[in-house]
Design a protein around this ligand. Sequence first.
Ligand code: AMP
Length: 151
Amino acid sequence: MQKVDDWGILETSIAPFLIPIEKVAHVQPENSIEHALLVLVKSGYTSIPVLDTRFKLQGLISKAQILDSIIGLERIEPERLQEILVSSVMTTKIARVNSSEKLERVLSYSINHPFICVEDESGAFLGIITRSKLLAYLNGYFHEQKRRAKE
Ligand code: AMP
């Protein structure tokens, strides 16, 4: 197997991978889960960040969590969608990193998370990094390494 001797890739800045906050679909804790479900379905995403009015990250909410919260004893209870708040359904277990982190940390988080949230020093939400973007970059990187090794 070809030896990869440029471990510097792990020290790469994560800035180029960031999907900035203005392009990130999100909801607020006090929104109804009906609103969150609409945003999730319309955007096509499985899970999105929950940000408060000061744009601080409070949680993540997914379609699966919403559906789970309206399952009654014998039937699905869609009428509850308007009553239940995002804050009572969201998870607060979040894969989050500081914007100064390097690729190495984000890569290891991405094993178990389809996206990682990025914050600045003051805890303000900056955006997300998706696993698919990381894989696309690594795919290009290793193909370039292979091409160079053949030169
Ligand atoms: P992707 O790798 O593009 O398929 O995205 C993986 C997951 O990251 C999606 O299912 C969403 O949960 C999240 N995601 C990606 N892009 C966005 C976005 N612009 N806004 C909110 N969540 C996103």
